[in-house]
Write a protein of this length. Structure first.
Length: 119
């Protein structure tokens, strides 16, 4: 039995999972869908989790107050999702993370069609 307006099930997709990041407007021309990326987490110092850019917002927004950047917060940014395979479930939903996108030797669609082994 469940009470009205009470959740009965919470579903979290965690393989692949994604990290929300923000790309400064001057960098938009250097990044494209399918480029390789790395996800780093404070929980695993010195380890990088391979990922790829799976979404770039078509509209700009102002930097959210909870994002720490080296540039002025008044500049426009674009929301980006960086996906990563997570078969060992080491990365968790809500973990703070750092995203690194190499710009050299990283063409668009550099990843496999099914990077997490899905058919």
């Amino acid at each position: 039995m469940a009470a009205p307006q009470a959740p009965v099930l919470t579903l979290a997709l965690d393989n692949p999972l994604w990290v929300r990041a923000y790309l400064p407007e001057p960098q938009m021309g250097k990044v494209a869908l399918g480029m390789r990326a790395w996800i780093e987490s404070d929980s695993f110092p010195g380890q990088r989790f391979p990922g790829w850019i799976g979404y770039i917002s078509p509209v700009s927004e102002f930097t959210p107050k909870n994002v720490e950047t080296t540039q002025l917060r008044s500049q426009l940014v674009y929301r980006v999702r960086v996906y990563a395979c997570n078969p060992d479930h080491r990365l968790r939903l809500g973990m703070p993370a750092t995203v690194v996108v190499p710009l050299a030797d990283n063409p668009p669609h550099a990843i496999d069609e099914h990077p997490c082994g899905k058919d």
